[in-house]
Write a protein that binds this ligand. Structure first.
Ligand SMILES: Cc1cc2nc3c(=O)[nH]c(=O)nc-3n(C[C@H](O)[C@H](O)[C@H](O)COP(=O)(O)O)c2cc1C
Length: 218
């Protein structure tokens, strides 16, 4: 093979390896989650008795299995045949995306693939709220309505339905946390403009609420 062709081939290979290394270094590859454990948990009536808001979190990380179970409970696919989910959504829009901020970075939950899709290789927990515990707690979720999925609904319907759909998901998270002995608080106190910019949201993606989850502070 002529030398210049070999040199060109070498350069292409080096560029490919450099790109792949950079992507991995930035943590920009999808992170598969363990298969969610969809059996077990405490009896529903006891869980309802225990559901409450907590604002004191340990900094202990959630193991991947617990995070997977939490996200499945929140808005996972519970009927694979139809792709429908653990929470209802108006007209089955499934328009709420769950953003997951951890120490490792910011991700979006892909329920169908059961994976975390990276958004930023950066710890943005502190930017998900205005209360001091947000940057200590291991997981801050924020719920983003993708208005592109809300059909021809406009104005009041869009506002009411996206808020209601988020409420169901947030309650699923509260119930999962009550069942598993985790602490949780749903939050409206979010600087939505700043967080949307950081998360590179489109103008038709609206942050509805956030929710902090972690182990209770001892
Ligand atoms: C829509 C909504 C927004 C909330 N926003 C916040 C918030 O920004 N910060 C906070 O600490 N708690 C927030 N909360 C939690 C409430 O303060 C809490 O649910 C209420 O005090 C009742 O307590 P309980 O959840 O233990 O029943 C919010 C709750 C809801 C439903």
């Amino acid at each position: 093979m002529p030398k210049h062709v070999l040199r060109h081939f070498g350069l292409v290979m080096l560029t490919l390896i450099a790109c792949a290394t950079l992507a991995v270094a930035q943590g920009l590859n999808p992170v598969p989650l363990p298969q969610p454990q969809t059996s077990g948990g405490r009896p529903l009536m006891q869980v309802l008795k225990d559901r409450h808001t907590s604002r004191e979190f340990s900094s202990q990380k959630l193991p991947p299995q617990v995070l997977s179970n939490l996200l499945w409970a929140a808005f996972g696919v519970n009927r694979p045949d139809s792709g429908k989910r653990t929470a209802p959504s108006a007209m089955n829009w499934q328009e709420i995306d769950i953003y997951v901020a951890t120490q490792d970075g910011l991700y979006v939950y892909d329920a169908k693939a059961n994976a975390l899709i990276p958004v930023l290789a950066q710890d943005v927990r502190g930017a998900t709220g205005q209360q001091p515990f947000v940057k200590e707690a291991p997981v801050n979720l924020f719920y983003v309505a993708d208005l592109a999925k809300t059909g021809r609904a406009g104005g009041e319907d869009q506002i009411l339905y996206t808020a209601a759909d988020t409420g169901f998901i947030a309650q699923n998270v509260y119930l999962f946390c009550a069942s598993e002995g985790l602490a949780a608080v749903v939050r409206g106190s979010v600087d939505r403009g700043a967080l949307a910019k950081l998360a590179k949201l489109r103008p038709d993606q609206k942050i509805i609420l956030a929710q902090t989850v972690g182990y209770p502070k001892k």
